[in-house]
Design a protein around this ligand. Sequence first.
Ligand SMILES: [Zn+2]
Length: 183
Amino acid sequence: MADYKLLEAFVGHADDIRFWMLTPFRFDGSTYATRGSLIVRMDGECADYPELESEKTRKNIQKIWKGKDLSATSSLPDLRNLKLCHYCHGSGKDLGADGITQTDEPCPSCGGDKMTECDNPFLIGDNYLDGKLLVKIQPLPCVRFSGTPAREKPQYFVFDGGDGFVMPLDYISARNRAMELLA
Ligand SMILES: [Zn+2]
């Protein structure tokens, strides 16, 4: 049986106004999760999650999958030496007035991700991918990147039981922002 709980690592930030991204969702025979810059899909609809209602969003997601490329696969890069966020030292929490004590608020620099985009770019083909997003993808079973997309186009990947896309970092803003797949 598919472990749909894996998808919960890919939902949007709690403060994202795109409320439909805050949990996994299902439509068209698959269960999905996205945080805008990354989208993951698993085969089969898991009834624990709501059906995606917006026809417009369904179409936007279907459009992303038209870019899927099943050619030459490669494995994930070595992610062992990633740099932690300098502000929160990898705790993901904001620091109190003393600059030491962690509060319950997410870190303003990394948003709670424990790493920032600009610290961990990985050059794959013509694109820099965000190490922070690759760390999220890594626990999926048997992940393989597929094909080499054009610059700033989404990178397709497959794993046992599903597939997904990750957006590269933006070249123009000096690689410090992960591009968005979905508005
Ligand atoms: Zn931080």
